[in-house]
Design a protein around this ligand. Structure first.
Ligand code: DX5
Length: 228
């Protein structure tokens, strides 16, 4: 039994002067979780949300938060993001010297742990930590900015990760998330390749018919195309 399809926003495209309103609007639009793109200006050439920013919106919704830690020092920052109200922390393989230990530390903090792969990183990098995560994120852009083009050559890699999860007997435990360039024209390819959690930023916030319409349309497209 594969995990359900989930549509989740990246908060990156939001007008940061109206973050609270955006979180409430996303809740009302029916998103399954909210992803905070945390960037430290070192791992990626951009700087975004500290834990206090996330904490300031936590009481506005019961929708789960996940922090996508695009940072060089996830071990140093993990505790603060859990305390800010993030139920899941996603760390990048490329930023972790001791990935197995980092994921275990996140679980000891009381959050669920997840691991992200940049476009050039092979799935073999996570072969020995699947038992420690509840989600694998396959990046479909190079991290750092919203509004980039979907890298369709990642679809065979998404399929490879889906097969790894299944072969480990973890289909009903571990989600496969994609992030970057996901929208009406790309979501079917990602879902068909095996992604069941789909992160969208621009495609949600730029939809002229509004957030709820965008979430509904993307969820329908992913559900129709998904192949376990
Ligand atoms: C890249 C970011 C973006 C963002 C989604 O580091 O993680 O992928 O979440 O942005 P869109 O949906 O606009 O590509």
């Amino acid at each position: 039994m594969t995990r359900p399809i989930q549509i989740a926003p990246s908060v990156l495209p939001v007008d940061f002067s109206k973050l609270g309103e955006a979180v409430v609007a996303l809740d009302e639009a029916g998103v399954d979780l909210i992803q905070w793109d945390v960037m430290d200006g070192q791992f990626v050439p951009n700087l975004t949300f500290g834990p206090d920013v996330i904490a300031s919106t936590r009481s506005l919704t019961k929708v789960p938060f996940e922090a996508h830690l695009m940072v060089l020092t996830p071990d140093v920052m993990a505790k603060r993001y859990v305390e800010a109200g993030c139920q899941r922390l996603i760390v990048h393989v490329e930023a972790c010297t001791h990935l197995h230990r980092t994921l275990g530390n996140i679980r000891e903090l009381g959050a669920t742990a997840a691991v992200a792969l940049n476009p050039s990183t092979p799935p073999s990098e996570i072969a020995h930590v699947l038992d420690l995560v509840d989600l694998v994120l396959v990046m479909t852009v190079n991290p750092g900015f919203g509004g980039q083009s979907y890298i369709s050559t990642m679809e065979p890699k998404i399929r490879e990760v889906r097969n790894m999860i299944r072969n480990a007997g973890l289909d009903d435990v571990v989600d496969l998330e994609v992030d970057g360039g996901i929208g009406p024209n790309t979501i079917a390819g990602a879902a068909k390749a095996g992604a069941n959690v789909l992160i969208a930023g621009s495609a949600l916030f730029k939809e002229p018919k509004g957030l709820k319409h965008a979430v509904t349309q993307l969820r329908a497209a992913a559900t129709a195309a998904f192949t376990a």
